[in-house]
Design a protein around this ligand. Structure first.
Ligand code: AMP
Length: 110
C-alpha cells in the first residue's frame, strides 16, 4: 500500500484537517509555506491525469475542499499545485493537491 493510502486508512498518522468519503486533507510534513496542506483522494490514482479521467467528481471535490481550507486558514491568496511526474517534482505517486499560502509566492515557480 502506498504512503498516502496508509494515511487514508489510518495506518500512518497525519494532522488531518478534513475527511469525508472521497477526500482527506492533512498538513505537509515538510511545509514550504506557513500554510502547506495536501488534499488527496481516498481512491488510489497515480497522478491527477488518472484522477481526472477516472474520478472527475472527486477531482472537483478536492478543489472545493482546498477553497474551504484556504478560507479557514485565513489566506489572502493561495496557490494550488499538482506535480505530475518525477521531472515536475512528484515524489509520492498518489495524486495530491498542494495548497500553499501565508507568504508571498513568486512566479514563475522553480
Ligand atoms: P510531491 O513531491 O508533489 O509528490 O509531494 C509530496 C509531498 O508529500 C511532499 O511535500 C512531502 O513533504 C509530503 N509528504 C510525504 N510524506 C508525508 C507524510 N507522511 N505526511 C505528510 N506529508 C508527507
Amino acid at each position: 500500500m502506498c504512503i498516502f493510502c496508509k494515511i487514508a486508512s489510518g495506518e500512518i498518522p497525519a494532522e488531518l484537517l478534513h475527511s469525508d468519503d472521497q477526500v482527506l486533507a492533512f498538513r505537509d510534513l515538510a511545509p514550504q509555506a506557513p500554510t502547506h496542506i495536501l488534499i488527496i483522494p481516498r481512491v488510489h490514482c497515480e497522478n491527477v491525469d488518472e484522477l481526472a479521467e477516472q474520478h472527475p467528481q472527486t477531482l472537483s471535490r478536492i478543489f472545493l475542499v482546498a477553497a474551504q481550507l484556504a478560507k479557514s486558514e485565513g489566506l489572502s491568496g493561495h496557490r494550488t499545485v499538482f506535480n505530475t511526474g518525477e521531472s515536475a517534482g512528484q515524489s509520492v505517486f498518489h495524486a495530491h493537491l498542494h495548497l500553499l499560502g501565508g507568504r508571498p509566492l513568486a512566479w514563475p515557480p522553480g
